[in-house]
Design a protein around this ligand. Structure first.
Ligand SMILES: [Zn+2]
Ligand SMILES: [Zn+2]
Length: 346
């Protein structure tokens, strides 16, 4: 039996959200159905609601930072029972057989990952996926993240995107005690990356473009705070770049140690993209630059455990579902370091 769901959808590029009723296809034997408790608003929701990446199917129901309670389970489900809490992040399906999937790097599935919303679920019902701005959502149990009963449910939804996005590259670069790490850009992602790197034992410095957040950074335990990358006179083992605007990558290569690594998780607009010339790269002493995109399911579970253990949470501002439009306006006009999270308990 199909599942009647109440959500919030944008109907065109103006991205004005209005209530919508729609049906999700019937629960399968390996799926769980969640009652949504909290759903974070991510900046990529805004890009897609406004069709800024050019591939939006309307009406669009975004949301890929979801915390819910299990209210129904398929008959083959093993790891969840009714009443458990579960999280859903950016993806809900993949082929499970390719090299990337076998390593639990489902986000890089060679046969195409299915994103939580605005994506065709070509392994299943071929429907366009609809995300967490809705009161119910279902998922294969192996794409759900079990949440312990005592976790602070109101704080953790953004971990399933902003958290894993910054945790994964720090693990990939094998950050450990006393490594010198720099976080470039100190917005929402930068702050999360800073907290994880510190909890991994690194000496963490912040590179920003002004002094506005110096006091906060030092209070949180930043080793050093730089307001201009060109003035830095030391070298780092790793630099995590979270900057969503244009910058010169050479400024960062210059302050990277021999063999050091730059991970890029910030996405500048297409017309302000960052480039590098081979002639500049060649003399760069085995330095590596790599991009990172969220993280696999196995690593997302690890990230949640790590976050709960070290009490690493984003700054969250809870809103009601009818305040989505207002939240979008505020994010677009002022930007912010906290995450808006829709509270469906209301
Ligand atoms: Zn996101
Ligand atoms: Zn795959």
């Amino acid at each position: 039996m199909s599942i009647l769901t109440n959500g919030w959808a944008a109907y065109d590029e103006k991205a004005i959200f209005k209530p919508i009723k729609f049906k999700r296809s019937a629960l399968k034997d390996n799926e769980i159905l969640l009652k949504t408790l909290y759903s974070g608003i991510c900046h990529s929701d805004i890009h897609q609601a406004k069709n800024e990446w050019g591939r939006t199917v309307y009406p669009i129901i975004p949301g890929h930072e979801i915390v819910g309670e299990v209210i129904e389970i398929g008959k083959n489900v093993k790891d969840f029972k009714i009443g458990d809490y579960a999280g859903i992040g950016c993806m809900i399906n993949s082929c499970k057989t390719c090299n990337a999937c076998l390593e639990s790097k489902e986000q890089f599935c060679e046969n195409g990952v299915v994103w939580t919303y605005n994506s065709c679920n070509h392994y299943d019902d071929n429907e366009i996926t609809k995300g967490g701005y809705s009161d119910k959502i279902k998922v294969r149990e192996d794409f759900a993240i079990k949440i312990p009963q005592n976790a602070p449910l109101n704080l953790i939804a953004p971990l399933f995107c902003a958290g894993i996005t910054t945790y994964s590259p720090l693990k990939f670069s094998n950050i450990k005690n006393n490594d010198n790490v720099a976080i470039a850009g100190f917005g929402g992602l930068g702050i999360m990356g800073f907290k994880y790197a510190k909890a991994m034992g690194a000496n963490v410095s912040i590179i920003a473009r002004n002094n506005k957040k110096k006091d906060i950074a030092l209070k949180l335990g930043a080793n050093e705070y730089f307001d201009d990358v060109k003035k830095i006179n030391k070298k780092f083992d790793m630099i995590l770049i979270t900057i969503p605007a244009k910058y010169d990558i050479n400024d960062y290569l210059k302050i990277l140690k021999y063999g050091g690594e730059i991970a890029i998780v910030g996405l500048p607009p297409i017309n302000e993209d960052v480039s590098i010339k081979v002639n500049q790269l060649m003399p760069m002493a085995h330095k590596k630059i790599y991009g990172s995109l969220i993280g696999g399911i196995k690593e997302t579970k690890e990230m949640l455990d790590f976050s709960l253990k070290h009490k690493i949470y984003p700054e969250v501002k809870l809103i009601k579902a009818n305040e989505i439009n207002q939240a979008y306006d505020e994010l677009l006009n002022s930007g912010s370091d906290f995450r808006y999270v829709i509270d469906f308990n209301e």
